[in-house]
Ligand binder design. Structure first.
Ligand code: NI
Length: 136
């Protein structure tokens, strides 16, 4: 049993402030501050339009895990993130279905420290899982 709901589409951008301005011109609204993720060396800002949520991701330096991706793909969407209340169980279930974890569940500072993990699939490319945390 896999329990995924779509949380956001990750979008690589070279210059995050300029990208925010351009998305605002298209009618998106920033719904977070621009946050620095020290684990992944990226700047992140969430924006929304028409019920869709996007995550702008910009490498902070050449050591960033996404610096290579940006060179390859330029400014473009690059992952869909799925939220799950059962992170470990879904990781196991997806492994059986051909999704290989490329890192281990790590807190995401831009998402209140909730854990995320990235997986690769030979036919779909990269996806992200985000742990649902119920608020007390
Ligand atoms: Ni993401």
């Amino acid at each position: 049993m896999i329990h995924l709901t779509i949380h956001h589409i990750g979008y690589l951008v070279k210059k995050i402030n300029q990208a925010i301005d351009e998305f605002e011109r298209l009618g998106y609204t920033a719904v977070s501050e621009t946050v620095y993720d020290d684990f992944r060396k990226v700047h992140i800002c969430f924006m929304e339009k028409d019920g869709y949520r996007i995550e702008l991701v910009s490498p902070a330096d050449s050591e960033s895990v996404v610096a290579g991706l940006l060179k390859k793909y330029k400014n473009s969407p690059y992952h869909i993130c799925y939220e799950t209340p059962a992170l470990e169980a879904d990781l196991k279930a997806l492994a059986v279905e051909g999704f290989t974890a490329i890192d281990t569940p790590t807190p995401a500072p831009a998402l209140s420290g909730r854990r995320v993990v990235f997986l690769m699939n030979r036919f779909l490319g990269m996806i992200e899982l985000l742990e649902t945390v119920s608020l007390p």
